[in-house]
Design a binder for this molecule. Structure first.
Ligand code: G16
Length: 561
């Protein structure tokens, strides 16, 4: 490392001592903590982003967000050149960098890592890092820390992209590296034109009044609601009427009693919704708009909802894609080679057991990974069409390059010999889906447009969609403990291997409930242990979750709440 680079790092890092007595780790989705202790971490992730850009010789993204967490938290994560999550083998470096205690130690960590990765810190190359943030009040000062971190690596340039949804930043990074048009306007243009294309291809006779009714969206008082508020006029021109509530501009607090995480976990209406919405089709985004769930208000009196979660979105997408593939298969194969399209779906242990049964009955291969988009995305990329969703509403569809080129070629053939045929329409629909859906990462806005287009295509109301299968009753709880890292899991988080004895106790408890299933895991975004329980009746799922939460207390010690 050149002397100029050394002294720059030493000088700037001395302004950002790490918080005392805190061990930070690059969790499920980057670093997250109370915003008050994150200056140093965000500064250091700036350095990491710069090194990643130099290593990959590509544009890298840095997003400042804590997504579904409470407003006083914040966080930071990296978007790779393809728009995906940070390469997992860089995570230990991220941890070492975030926890380096002195400027000299930080310099040593950077020096050793750069050498092992063959990154020349000589200022010979210039690289761009796109920096985005959500609407959290702490975002602007953390942005300055990120810029200083990026600027302390010679040759790295920080470009402030302003307030964006997390998926927009990932999309823009991917598009920039592909040499495509890559602004926020280009993002909206691409998703609205592909949505329009799907709407134009709706078979006649699919119209249903219930579907055509407006969609009411809970924006979680965050960035997604604000973007949608601006963009809804364009969507209206394309045939989709949206009413946005909880934009945050009316004074509500981010993620407080609103948003996809609240709706999915509590199964009650978000703030601003109530009996007046009985029967309406409603959707909820999370704080940075990378999660989406749907719901209807259950009765005219209460605040209970019928939740249509990520598993149902996955099922809807899978049914639609399978239908298009089978229409395409019926084409005249003299027109060209068939393609043995390998389609797979990916879930986590949180997937409702009824959804997994349904997907298997559809003849789909279902794979399981631990929680975290980084794991699901990696698995889904192994298929020609990989659809992944977490029950919490985080997911997307990935198409392989090979399959997309075959699809383009098939569409070209069909358009010359049987233009306007059902087969060509199916090819066009699949191509439109590949452009509408955000293939960089789960995206509530583009996912919502795909749901809306498919419901119209099928002529389904939200109730008909919800009838695809019936969820088994479930309950999720979180438990504060002294040290959540004491829980270590295996088998896609379905089994606890540490502390000893707790899995046996969970098994014994679960055996008391017909169709009972229960697991615990440490959260990667909040300082808690999560408990998930499923059973054949709601009160049983509630009791199972509660008694396993008590076991967690007993084995791990009650933490301060
Ligand atoms: C993040 C991850 C998701 C994960 C969620 C909860 O979502 O991207 O994959 O499901 O955290 O993780 P945990 O249970 O480990 O706290 P988000 O929307 O908060 O970015």
């Amino acid at each position: 490392m050149k002397e100029e680079q050394r002294s720059l790092l030493l000088r700037s890092s001395s302004q950002f001592p790490p918080p005392e007595g805190v061990k930070l780790s690059y969790g499920t989705s980057g670093f997250r903590a109370d915003a008050g202790i994150l200056q140093s971490t965000v500064y250091r992730v700036g350095i990491l982003a710069a090194l990643r850009a130099l290593k990959t010789e590509s544009v890298i993204g840095l997003m400042i967000t804590a997504s579904h967490n409470e407003v006083s938290d914040n966080g930071v994560k990296i978007a790779e050149p393809n728009g995906g999550m940070l390469s997992q083998h860089w995570e230990p470096f991220a941890d070492a960098l975030a926890n380096a205690q002195t400027p000299e130690h930080l310099l040593q960590v950077v020096d050793e890592f750069a050498e092992s990765e063959g990154i020349a810190l000589d200022g010979a190359k210039s690289v761009d890092i796109l920096v985005g943030r959500d609407t959290r009040p702490s975002g602007s000062s953390l942005l300055e820390a990120a810029k200083l971190g990026i600027g302390s690596v010679i040759g790295a340039v920080a470009l402030d992209m302003g307030i964006l949804t997390t998926p927009q930043l990932h999309w823009i990074v991917r598009a920039r590296n592909n040499g495509d048009k890559a602004s926020e306007i280009d993002y909206f243009e691409q998703i609205s034109s592909s949505f329009r294309c799907l709407m134009d291809l709706i078979p006649s006779g699919s119209e249903s009044n219930e579907v055509v009714d407006k969609l009411i969206v809970d924006g979680a008082n965050g960035v997604g609601g604000q973007k949608l508020q601006v963009y809804k006029e364009v969507l209206e021109l394309n045939g989709l009427v949206i009413e946005v509530r909880n934009t945050g501009l009316e004074g509500g607090v981010l993620n407080e009693g609103v948003g996809a995480d609240f709706v999915q976990k509590e199964k009650v209406v978000p703030h601003g919704f109530g009996s007046q919405d009985f029967g309406s089709r409603c959707a909820s985004l999370d704080g940075d708009a990378d999660r989406l769930v749907y719901f209807t208000v259950l009765s005219e009196s209460g605040n209970k909802i019928e939740l249509v979660d990520g598993d149902k979105i996955l099922s809807l997408f899978a049914v639609f894609i399978k239908e298009q593939l089978s229409i395409l298969k019926n084409r005249d194969t003299k027109l060209g080679d068939d393609y043995p399209c390998c389609i797979g779906v990916v879930q986590t242990a949180y997937a409702n057991g009824a959804s997994t049964d349904f997907l298997k009955q559809q003849g789909l291969e279902v794979a399981f990974t631990p929680t975290g988009v980084k794991y699901l995305h990696e698995k889904a990329a192994q298929y020609d069409i990989g659809i992944y969703f977490e029950a919490n509403g985080h997911g997307t569809i990935l198409f392989s390059e090979l399959f997309l080129s075959w699809l383009e070629a098939t569409n070209n053939e069909l358009s010359s010999v049987s233009k306007g045929s059902e087969q060509q329409k199916a090819a066009l629909r699949l191509l439109a889906v590949s452009k509408l859906i955000n293939q960089a990462v789960g995206d509530a806005l583009s996912g919502m447009l795909l749901v809306e287009a498919i419901l119209r295509h099928m002529g389904w109301s939200i109730h008909r969609w919800n009838e695809l299968y019936h969820d088994l009753p479930s309950r999720q709880l979180k438990v504060k403990v002294v040290d959540r890292t004491a829980v270590v899991t295996a088998n896609a988080e379905t089994e606890v291997v540490k502390p000893p004895g707790i899995q046996e106790a969970i098994n014994a408890e679960t055996a008391n409930y017909p169709k009972g299933r229960c697991f615990i895991r440490p959260s990667g975004t909040e300082d808690v242990i999560r408990v998930y329980a499923e059973a054949s009746a709601q009160d049983e799922a509630d009791r199972l979750a509660k008694s396993v939460a008590n076991l967690v207390d007993k084995f791990l010690g009650v933490g301060s709440s």
